[in-house]
Write a protein that binds this ligand. Structure first.
Ligand SMILES: Cc1cc2nc3c(=O)[nH]c(=O)nc-3n(C[C@H](O)[C@H](O)[C@H](O)COP(=O)(O)OP(=O)(O)OC[C@H]3O[C@@H](n4cnc5c(N)ncnc54)[C@H](O)[C@@H]3O)c2cc1C
Length: 442
């Protein structure tokens, strides 16, 4: 007799979704979570009464997205903020030229048209790219084919390099050419004024979630599994493993017998990124009015090039920027005040003496988090988009992997986590489950 039908490892969105669907179907389920909180990479800071999402902020496209229905079903408030996918335009953005002059609307339009024209060519280049080539290879091949003059090409090149850094937290040379294939946004983007963590709180309501239970090993066979944690050992007929790729690669969680090679091979094709949020709050708002974001072009924006205005969302003058890719790698050992000073220096290039001393600085440290080792996974050159789904192939009907990295169409997102948890529950139950039941009380 097993302790549970299913043990879910990890109380992030994927694990809680799988557990909720299974519990609704009458399964006995326990969720074992290493941290002292639920939510995983959705984590909301509420110090000083201000709500800041340290992890995910956006639904990247609310159309045809089950996450939209789920958050509505739970009654979570959202606010439109369609600037979370490194769009060149679409919403007001204050662009500054390499020498610090603000671009006119016509100049922005011209630049955004260049980015769109480039992207059309890029899709062809990526489609024809050889296995193992990088996103940067595809960028350079595309620019060579287009043949723009040096300055025009440089502006677009830096933009798409920064897009790779902000979207995937990695330098384009380290990302597979197909690494941004999923990067499409259907409809508006929204954020959560009451915090994204409400999703996990709602999903977990009524579930048996055991915090501070770090799973250290899983012994498995076709007959079931024994899961050892820092607070005891549990048995179950099947296990849903939702730990991030970084944990799977760390060796901190062992499998006995070892995972099959087709699976470890697919895991090896991914890497956790360097992507940290830097929130800066100020006594007054000294930057441009009525814009969603501020962008610096040229060498001055090599690290700090994009600032998102969260003033309306947070109720105090706030800018958000990202230490993403190279800047994330380089500043990893820096103190918060050093990072803030570097960001302020860049802002002084735009606003001079008007730049104020921040009243509060918040820097995330996902790369040093032992339960994620980064913010989300990216495809290393040589991996293929389908490797995401391969990760979710059930092993002997007993081990089911879920989590953002296991979803091909829209990896690295909360949507992916939700969908992957749903798929794991369907695989275990052997039938389709409508998403709209997820918000029903347990
Ligand atoms: C800074 C940042 C910004 C982001 N921005 C966005 C965004 O705007 N929009 C978006 O859609 N997505 C965004 N994401 C990505 C999104 O947060 C993730 O894709 C999603 O939350 C992952 O959910 P998950 O369930 O797959 O993994 P997780 O949330 O990581 O859940 C896995 C759980 O497993 C636990 N765990 C790990 N090891 C063990 C162990 N040994 N034993 C037991 N438990 C363990 C972890 O503590 C964690 O709670 C962002 C992420 C970060 C970090």
């Amino acid at each position: 007799m097993k302790d549970f039908d299913t043990i879910v490892v990890g109380a992030g969105v994927s694990g809680l979704t799988a557990a909720r669907f299974l519990a609704q179907a009458g399964h006995s389920v326990v969720v074992l979570e290493a941290r002292d909180r639920i939510g995983g990479r959705t984590w909301t800071e509420r110090s000083d009464g201000i709500i800041s999402d340290r992890g995910a902020s956006w639904i990247h496209g609310i159309d045809d997205n089950p996450l939209t229905d789920v958050v509505r079903g739970f009654g979570m408030r959202t606010v439109e903020f369609t600037v979370g996918s490194y769009q060149p335009d679409g919403r007001p953005i204050a662009y500054y030229s390499p020498t610090g002059e603000r671009l006119s609307d016509a100049e922005i339009q011209e630049f955004a048209d260049d980015v769109r024209a480039f992207d059309r060519h890029l899709a062809t280049t990526v489609g024809a790219s050889e296995l193992g080539s990088s996103y940067e290879d595809a960028i350079d091949a595309t620019l060579a084919a287009i043949g723009w003059d040096a300055d025009r090409a440089a502006r677009v090149r830096e933009f798409v390099l920064h897009r790779s850094e902000e979207q995937y937290g990695v330098r384009a040379g380290l990302l597979d050419a197909h690494g941004l294939d999923d990067d499409t946004v259907e409809g508006d983007e929204v954020v959560f004024p009451d915090g994204f963590d409400r999703l996990a709180t709602n999903l977990a309501t009524g579930l048996d979630v055991r915090l501070e239970h770090e799973v250290t090993s899983i012994a498995w066979s076709a007959a079931g599994a024994t899961v050892s944690s820092t607070q005891g050992t549990f048995t179950a007929t099947q296990v849903v493993v939702t730990v991030p790729i970084g944990v799977l690669k760390s060796g901190d969680l062992s499998f006995d017998p070892a995972l099959p090679e087709w699976l470890t091979g697919a895991i090896a094709g991914f890497e956790m990124n360097n992507f940290e949020k830097v929130f800066l709050r100020f006594p007054t708002k000294f930057w441009d009015d009525d814009v969603y974001a501020i962008r610096q072009q040229g060498a001055a924006g090599e690290w700090w090039h994009s600032w998102y205005d969260l003033t309306d969302l947070h109720g105090v003058p706030t800018l958000l920027t990202f230490a993403a890719g190279p800047s994330g790698v380089e500043t990893r050992e820096w103190r918060d005040d050093q990072i803030a000073e570097s960001v302020l220096d860049a802002l002084r290039g735009l606003y001079g003496e008007r730049v104020e001393t921040p009243s509060q600085v918040l820097v995330t440290r996902w790369k040093d988090d032992p339960y994620s080792h980064g913010s989300y996974a990216y495809m290393k050159p040589g991996s293929t988009p389908e490797d995401h789904d391969l990760l979710a192939t059930p092993v002997d009907g007993v081990l089911h992997f879920a989590g953002e990295a296991t979803w091909t169409d829209d990896p690295a997102t909360v949507t992916a986590a939700l969908r992957s948890g749903h798929r794991a529950a369907q695989n275990i139950l052997g039938r389709d489950l409508p998403f709209d039941g997820l918000t029903d009380p347990l």
